[in-house]
Design a protein around this ligand. Structure first.
Ligand code: IMP
Length: 436
């Protein structure tokens, strides 16, 4: 059997949690491959709302096993909080949740370093220590989970970091939030208790998943953030620090790339962005406020109001191409109800002419102006519709037109946050010839 990857097509917050939850029903494994507690996946089941930051949304299906892969950077306190929240809601975790022994841990000093770094501040990060943790991973100085759960090794690694931290703060001419020696003693004490509670979940997940794949079990690889926040393929330098695109699934879990047979892209029917960086289809003023309110666009992790804009087909085309997306899910279509027309960005006008693929240089992107097409709108409430033919004609036209424009079929549309508020698009209507 093969692995399926779910990725975000925009700047994160596309509604991946809900779709992963939907797809998890038929999966043996759901595995997170990158990011950390900067992500927030919201799943609404009946009257209960689950906001998950680290544990894959698949955990809400009793038979699915979940992995936090070595590509993830794990804040042990956040993980423990999530474990406790899930236990309080009677979700069984033992034998179902596996944390990679090779994932890197995020500790308080990563957050200290993040607020010291003017660049991180400029990007408008989530302040979860994500950037500094990945920096240390690639500088080969990070602390991995197998060291974190071994008290002697953990103390020794912290002491090594203490010396470096002293130098960094002294060099910056800034007092650390706490004297470093004292902080290390506190962390050894506090985190050893946390380690005791998560040790039971630690596992060699690369072997676990590799064996599952060889046995023919079904694996869903759950991406966090979105394509435009990918460290290489996104709007660099206004990006997160990991590979959020489909390729990251193989490296972040240790699965062979040939295991990945299907890539599903999640895209909101409009666009949002948290933090700084280019956003070509951005709306401002009262129009932005209205869309933000209608869509409830406030960060699940930070509570920050999200920047909002129209669906950008130039960016979506890029996401389809770099991820090799075979099927799209269009979410939050219900939010666009009540408009005479629905504006969509179909191209960019830049200094060198019209573009249908975004330029990579942020300066060139800044110089681009969106070319907008007004599509016919609809006034009906979509939230109760469950069958594709029951959607208003203007909605069906919109869905099929989007698929044609980006050469990738829309397979599912979502019309609300509830688990059952999804509509499958019949194959004949979603057929678009993608490149072989
Ligand atoms: P970091 O991932 O905290 O380093 O933040 C880098 C950039 O990615 C910032 O602009 C964040 O707002 C953005 N970002 C990180 N995670 C998410 C997410 O889950 N949804 C939306 N934006 C995110």
């Amino acid at each position: 059997m093969s692995a399926t990857v779910v990725v975000g097509c925009q700047y994160g917050d596309e509604g991946k949690g809900k779709i992963v939850d939907l797809m998890s029903r038929s999966m043996d494994w759901v595995a997170r491959f990158q990011g950390g507690a900067n992500a927030g996946h919201t799943v609404v089941i009946g009257r209960k709302t689950y906001v998950l930051h680290l544990v894959p949304s698949g955990i809400l299906h009793p038979k699915t096993k979940c992995v936090i892969g070595h590509g993830v950077v794990v804040d042990p306190i956040e993980l423990l909080k999530e474990i406790q929240m899930l236990r309080e809601k009677d979700i069984e975790l033992d034998g179902r949740l596996f944390l990679s022994d090779c994932a890197h841990v995020i500790l308080p000093y990563h957050k200290w370093l993040e607020s010291l770094d003017a660049h991180d501040v400029r990007v408008g990060t989530t302040k979860r220590g994500i950037g500094p943790a990945y920096e240390q991973k690639y500088a080969r100085t990070g602390i991995r989970v197998y060291e974190f759960i071994d008290p002697d090794r953990f103390r020794q690694r912290l002491q090594e970091h203490g010396e470096v931290l002293e130098r960094v703060f002294r060099g910056a001419g800034v007092e650390p939030p706490q004297p470093i020696d004292r902080a290390i003693e506190e962390w050894v004490d506090e985190y050893s208790k946390v380690a005791d509670q998560i040790r039971g979940f630690v596992s060699e997940t690369m072997t676990l998943l590799g064996d599952a794949w060889r046995r023919g079990e079904k694996i869903l690889c759950e991406g966090a953030q979105g394509t435009l926040l990918d460290v290489d393929m996104g709007t660099y330098p206004f990006v997160t620090s990991s590979t959020t695109t489909a390729a990251g699934a193989a490296s972040g879990l240790g699965l062979p790339p040939s295991a990945i047979r299907k890539v599903v892209g999640i895209c909101k029917a409009y666009a949002t962005r948290v933090g700084e960086g280019p956003f070509t289809s951005e709306l401002l003023g009262s129009e932005a406020e209205a869309l933000r309110e209608q869509g409830g666009e406030y960060g699940a992790t930070t509570g920050r109001p999200r920047r909002v804009g129209w669906l950008d087909l130039v960016a979506l085309r890029h996401a389809v191409r770099v991820n090799g997306i075979q099927s799209l899910v269009l979410t939050k279509l219900d939010v666009l109800s009540g408009r005479t027309t629905v504006p969509v960005v179909i191209a960019y006008d830049g200094p060198n002419g019209r573009m249908t693929i975004p330029p990579r240089d942020p300066r060139a992107l800044d110089a681009c102006r969106p070319v907008i097409e007004e599509r016919p709108g609809w006034s009906d409430d979509l939230s109760k519709v469950r069958r594709y033919p029951d959607l208003p004609e203007a909605v069906r036209d919109y869905v099929e037109w989007v698929g044609e424009q980006v050469e990738c079929p829309v397979g599912i549309v979502s019309v609300g946050s509830g688990r059952n508020q999804v509509i499958r698009v019949p194959r004949s209507r979603s057929q678009v010839t993608a490149p072989a």
